[in-house]
Ligand binder design. Structure first.
Ligand code: HEC
Length: 190
């Protein structure tokens, strides 16, 4: 319970920091991108943990992810300056709305390789220029909390829900420490 409270506080606090922060033009694209990535990461994670605590089978959390992950992502984007966008993607997609583009795929392949060769940590970030836009990538590894819905032994009830929502789900069978995907922020020149 205490953990949820702390996460909730961090979330509200980070929104406040954003609102009252120094003018965004004073920040580098990397700093702006990192803030956006943190905001999306915290928003999704705190909601997920809250739902997992409410129902240990993971059904509530699963229903929540299916119906709210995209809405929450859109909400986070409305809080960002207009030249900054943030999203998630993966090499093993569950929701087709999160499909990667060519640059995403290239960056993720280098992350995946580094993770497989144990040369990476989740704190590793990568910066890539695409025309006038700077992309900041943060890798996501499979933690214990992810296994219930992305692991090898998904419960029959969650499996049924997943199959119904994502007939082409490609995001199961992962093990602890695997590369799962990225959060990517795109910061346009302004
Ligand atoms: C309660 C089930 C559940 C848990 C736990 C869970 N996920 Fe997911 N995940 C989903 C669902 C459902 C989607 C598809 C909906 C969406 O996010 O758009 C998804 C999508 C994603 C995506 C977007 C790419 C894609 O495949 O569509 C990433 C990245 C991701 N999850 C990473 C993680 C990580 C990392 C963890 C652990 C910290 C985690 N997930 C824990 C259910 C879960």
């Amino acid at each position: 319970m205490k953990r949820i409270f702390i996460l909730g506080t961090t979330l509200c606090f980070s929104s406040l920091v954003w609102a009252s922060s120094v003018h965004s033009s004073e920040l580098s694209p990397r700093q702006e991108g990192t803030q956006a990535i943190k905001l999306l990461g915290k928003t999704l994670k705190s909601s997920l943990i809250e739902k997992m605590h409410l129902d240990a089978t993971g059904t509530a959390a699963m229903t929540f992810c299916i119906s709210q992950a995209q809405t929450l992502t859109a909400e986070v984007n409305t809080k960002l300056p207009s030249h900054v966008e943030v999203r998630r993607t993966s090499l093993q997609i569950r929701n087709m709305s999160n499909n990667p583009d060519e640059t995403d795929i290239q960056v993720m392949q280098t992350f995946k390789k580094a993770v497989e060769e144990k040369k990476s940590s989740a704190s590793m970030m990568r910066e890539v220029k695409v025309g006038e836009v700077t992309r900041i990538y943060k890798p996501l590894l499979v933690g214990k909390a992810c296994l219930k819905c992305h692991g090898e032994n998904i419960s029959p009830v969650l499996n049924t829900t997943l199959n119904a929502a994502y007939p082409e789900d490609n995001a199961t069978g992962l093990t602890l420490g695997d590369f799962r995907g990225v959060i990517v922020a795109e910061v346009a020149k302004h």
